[in-house]
Design a protein. Structure first.
Length: 227
């Protein structure tokens, strides 16, 4: 009787037990497609702004580097002129037929070493073996005192082109590129990133002031005791 009662209690307990179930949640195919579409729309909306930001930053950085190169070129010539080294202007290509250096045309070739005003010198700024810029330097005859081989006053110009402008070497321009918002190369494909024009005068030379006056205007009258 006792064993029978135990079996009945066991059967009664088993009949009241309920099986445990686990609910498993997941994404349907439609939900996945909706998520992909939303992500795609978000990327498409943000991508143009990112491209614009990066391209503009690259252009601004290159413009700063180009301006630094142009100023360095002028400072080097100015230093050599002030020191009065023999043949101090020989490394700057001469434009003998042009008085106004602003009318000098754009370079037609990029080379390793310049000898004429139609050439621009290649520059590897970061030393990685690839050229980054090309510098065009030029000057006019200026004023040379009698008996002297070098001028004591002359105008000098420097234009710095991005290396990518070499692709348009036959149609380069001389006006400085506008630096602003861009999504690509901007105007640096055919215009210089930096343009500087300046007058260089050897201040310590004899009759330097008189020579500069004659350089500016050969017909000008002056109260100076100029020979």
């Amino acid at each position: 009787m006792r064993s029978r009662r135990i079996r009945q209690q066991a059967q009664s307990a088993g009949s009241t037990a309920q099986p445990q179930t686990t609910a498993v949640a997941g994404l349907t195919l439609i939900e996945c497609l909706v998520a992909i579409v939303v992500i795609g729309i978000s990327v498409a909306a943000v991508a143009p702004a990112l491209v614009l930001t990066v391209a503009t930053r690259v252009q601004s950085q290159k413009a700063e580097q180009a301006l630094s190169l142009a100023q360095t070129e002028i400072d080097q010539v100015r230093l050599v002129v002030e020191r009065g080294d023999a043949g101090y202007v020989g490394s700057t290509p001469l434009s003998t037929a042009i008085a106004d250096i602003r009318t000098v045309g754009a370079p037609t070739t990029f080379v390793g070493s310049t000898t004429t005003i139609t050439q621009a010198r290649l520059v590897d700024l970061d030393g990685d073996g690839s050229n980054d810029f090309a510098i065009q330097t030029f000057r006019n005859p200026g004023y040379t005192p009698p008996g002297s081989g070098d001028p004591i006053a002359f105008d000098m110009g420097v234009r710095v082109y991005d290396i990518r402008s070499q692709e348009n070497i036959a149609s380069l321009e001389t006006t400085q590129a506008a630096i602003g918002l861009t999504s690509g190369s901007g105007q640096r494909r055919n215009k210089p990133l930096a343009v500087l024009y300046t007058s260089i005068v050897r201040g310590e030379a004899d009759e330097a002031l008189c020579g500069y006056v004659r350089f500016i205007d050969p017909t000008a009258s002056t109260s100076l005791s100029c020979s």
